[in-house]
Design a protein around this ligand. Structure first.
Ligand code: GLU
Length: 526
């Protein structure tokens, strides 16, 4: 601790009178009136113009923990890097949250939710620290710091601004005034009282209590170029005054964990509980090794990929939810719960080591989810996707909406035998594309029994019921000396170009008389 600065000097250092005292802030942002055990969580992305799947995972954990405890979940935009373009980037985040159904609370009482709009709060807390000698203005330039760094390296010391290397930590008021008179704008640094020879224990809900050397770096709290806080200081002020109880964030923050706990303790504020989530990984196709999903190399690292590719958002969430709460899949299979929102996620059990994101596993969740949809909902979702991402398909559907509904209704009436081959909205359309003449690809490899096809054409009547239709097939098989299945296969390939399809009778019905005749003739004459 050093001598605190006088009020006038604090105003000069910060460039303005602090708006609040700490007591006023405590009153303005009171403890929340929530039931015991309610979690207050927040998703706090930086607006980068990109929503990473790992971010969605964290947001889901945040939202779920708040939802199941009757708590509050917030979205806080960490836009303290003023070099970045923010407006569109925030839209991408908000839009992803909306599409994945992660609703956040916007209570005015704890607003604003943009860090760039919370400057008054940071400056008021900084003023308090300056007055108590727990922070100080630092006038080191980038060149000064580079020099310090080089000297430290040469002498084999740890790099950074700490202890004897923190040149300005004990400047007198007169010296500070001289710097200010010289037109220099300071950063505000923490006056760290930590000693790396001591250990500080930090509690993580998943990892338990972790011991670290105490932090002795005089880290920057407020930057000089824009007067905005660093992540560390914003985290302290915001999670205190937003009354966050649980900080869910990526494990890349573990190294600064001791610093954050030090800051809360220094303020005498309740330290939130932390949940450091593991990375979301994949198996690298070249090396065969597990590695973090990378923004640069993996399209599936981007949440937008799943939307454009037509994955049901619910399935993506279910899958991520099962990574966080590994008992979920079993509970769902046993019919104990219907969705992740009904399953209790236990913070202690959240995955701690790199979690594998396996597209094959996601496919399973997607198939299950799509199979659970009533046909009208399935049509709507496929159509919404096409309207947004595929104009050609959108036009085809708009032309004959009932046709798509009849197609998608095939093998959907018996709850025990619902088809499970639809994975994404896009793939669903590809899967049924043969129903459209412009997309139908005749099978040129299959060797048709043209006699069989001609015989079928002679007896075909689109209004036959299923038994009559089948009896005709059996009769043709007997007459031509082939198996019933051969007749069906000839028809199947002629009509769809494929050897594997859902119920053939339904397909014919939905296609209608004209198309059936045309395609069978096509196969006979082809
Ligand atoms: N803006 C930080 C990040 O994107 C937030 C970390 C946190 O949740 O505290 O990593």
């Amino acid at each position: 601790m050093r001598n605190g600065l006088s009020k006038d000097l604090i105003v000069r250092v910060l460039g303005a009178e602090p708006k609040y005292t700490l007591a006023e802030l405590e009153e303005k942002y009171p403890l929340r009136d929530l039931p015991d055990g309610a979690f207050v969580t927040r998703f706090a992305p930086s607006p980068t113009g990109y929503m990473h799947i790992g971010g969605l995972y964290q947001a889901l954990v945040d939202c779920k923990l708040a939802q199941q405890t009757g708590g509050v979940f917030m979205l806080r935009i960490e836009d303290t890097d003023t070099k970045r373009e923010v407006a569109d980037a925030v839209k991408i985040i908000e839009d992803s949250m909306h599409r994945f159904g992660l609703q956040y609370n916007k209570d005015e009482k704890y607003a604003p939710y943009y860090q760039s709009k919370r400057k008054d709060i940071y400056h008021s807390v900084a003023a308090d620290l300056l007055a108590r000698g727990l922070a100080y203005p630092c006038f080191l330039t980038a060149e000064d710091m580079e020099k310090i760094r080089e000297n430290q390296k040469a002498a084999g010391f740890a790099t950074g601004i700490y202890g004897e290397f923190a040149r300005d930590r004990n400047l007198t008021e007169e010296e500070i005034i001289a710097h200010l008179d010289n037109g220099e704008v300071p950063t505000i640094r923490l006056y760290s009282m930590g000693n790396p020879e001591n250990r500080i224990f930090c509690k993580d809900a998943v990892r338990g209590s972790i011991g670290f050397p105490e932090n002795n770096e005089d880290i920057v709290l407020i930057k000089s170029n824009d007067g905005l806080p660093t992540y560390h200081f914003a985290h302290l002020c915001d999670d205190h005054f937003m009354r966050t109880t649980h900080v869910v964030r990526g494990e890349e923050w573990l190294p600064s964990f001791p610093l954050h706990v030090q800051l809360f303790r220094m303020m005498g504020w309740q330290t939130p509980m932390y949940i450091h989530t593991s990375t979301i990984d994949k198996i690298d196709s070249e090396t065969g090794k597990q590695r973090k999903l990378s923004k640069r190399h993996d399209p599936e690292a981007n949440v937008a990929f799943f939307l454009a590719d037509g994955w049901p958002t619910e399935a993506v969430l279910e899958y991520l939810g099962n990574i966080a709460a590994s008992g979920y899949e079993e509970a769902k299979m046993k019919g104990q719960v219907k969705s992740i929102w009904e399953y209790e996620m236990r913070p202690k059990k959240i995955s701690m080591s790199g979690a594998l994101f396996d597209m094959k596993k996601l496919e399973w969740w997607a198939k299950e989810f799509i199979a659970s949809l009533p046909v009208d909902e399935l049509v709507k979702r496929v159509r919404d996707w096409a309207d947004e991402y595929d104009a050609v398909w959108a036009a085809r559907i708009a032309d004959k909406p009932e046709y798509l509904k009849n197609i998608l209704a095939i093998e959907r009436d018996n709850p025990k035998r619902i088809r499970k081959d639809f994975i994404t909205w896009k793939q669903t359309l590809q899967e049924v594309a043969y129903f459209w003449d412009d997309l139908f690809v005749p099978n040129t490899e299959y060797v048709y029994n043209k006699d069989v096809l001609s015989a079928f054409l002679e007896t075909f009547n689109v209004s036959d019921d299923k038994d009559t239709w089948w009896n005709k097939i059996v009769a043709i098989a007997t007459e031509k000396g082939v198996k019933n299945g051969d007749v069906a296969m000839n028809l199947r390939v002629a009509l769809t170009g494929r050897t594997n399809t859902p119920d053939l009778y339904s397909i014919m019905h939905v296609m209608g008389e004209e198309k059936v005749i045309e395609r069978i003739k096509g196969a006979i004459n082809g």
